[in-house]
Design a protein around this ligand. Structure first.
Ligand SMILES: C[S@@+](CC[C@H](N)C(=O)[O-])C[C@H]1O[C@@H](n2cnc3c(N)ncnc32)[C@H](O)[C@@H]1O
Length: 225
């Protein structure tokens, strides 16, 4: 007898449901540690996303946790591979008054968008999960207009030799299976720093969650012509 839904589909649906539930939580209650400029994740998102204009493409928008921070006049494109996230995204966009939205199924490694067409690309807690980080960064650069910005908030590997890093390295095989290919020990900053971006602003800080505490956030820019 054929199963009605395979495990991977079940996990994707469960993940979407969980992310949808998480939308009710307030990012302003997530405090940032060792971050001189912002007190909470909500404040940081407001600073990064609150003044965006024109064409914004978000990779892996999940269930739409960032809609609360975007200005409602932007033209938003979401590239989300998990189709079970899409209904949550549509609902959340409507709730926050974003009317110009386009949802695409695809991946950061192969963005279904023309070269040099996007003003800003956004990624929050996605680069930990992509299959090919360097290729994703190349794709982001390809679709950005010259001088366009890439804005990110990502959890990353702890410093080598710390307990956090040892736990991340040990738990990684189980963690990525449970959490939709999320790698807790990814050295995302190395790829970012080595892929030819102009750094506009860049911070390292922690949040008070175990395993995924170390974070980086900032803005990098594609070279103007
Ligand atoms: C931890 S969730 C974060 C969701 C959202 N960005 C947020 O901050 O709430 C990771 C998201 O990345 C998506 N994702 C996983 N692999 C991806 C890929 N290769 N390209 C684009 N998105 C991906 C997942 O489907 C999921 O929506």
């Amino acid at each position: 007898m054929k199963p009605i839904m395979n495990l991977s589909m079940f996990q994707k649906r469960l993940f979407a449901w969980g992310m949808g539930k998480a939308n009710a939580s307030d990012a302003r209650t997530i405090k940032l540690i060792d971050c001189p400029d912002y007190g909470s994740l909500g404040e940081l998102k407001q600073a990064l996303l609150g003044n965006l204009q024109n064409q914004v493409l978000e990779i892996g928008p999940g269930a739409g946790a960032n809609f609360a921070y975007y200005p409602d006049k932007i033209y938003w494109i979401g590239v989300e591979p998990n189709p079970y996230m899409h209904p949550y995204l549509e609902r959340e966009a409507q709730k926050h008054g974003l009317s110009q939205i386009k949802l695409l199924q695809g991946t950061a490694e192969d963005l279904p968008v023309e070269d040099k067409t996007i003003d800003t690309v956004v990624s929050t807690h996605v680069l930990c999960s992509v299959k090919d980080l360097d290729r994703s960064l190349q794709e982001i650069k390809r679709i950005l207009k010259p001088g366009g910005n890439f804005m990110f908030i990502e959890h990353v590997a702890g410093e080598f030799g710390t307990w956090t890093r040892r736990v991340q390295d040990g738990i990684e095989p189980v963690w990525k299976t449970l959490y939709d290919n999320c790698h807790p020990n990814r050295e995302t900053w190395k790829s970012l720093e080595n892929s030819g971006w102009e750094i506009v602003s860049y911070q390292q800080f922690r949040v008070s969650f175990p395993i995924v505490s170390p974070h980086i956030a900032g803005i990098v820019r594609k070279q103007p012509l």
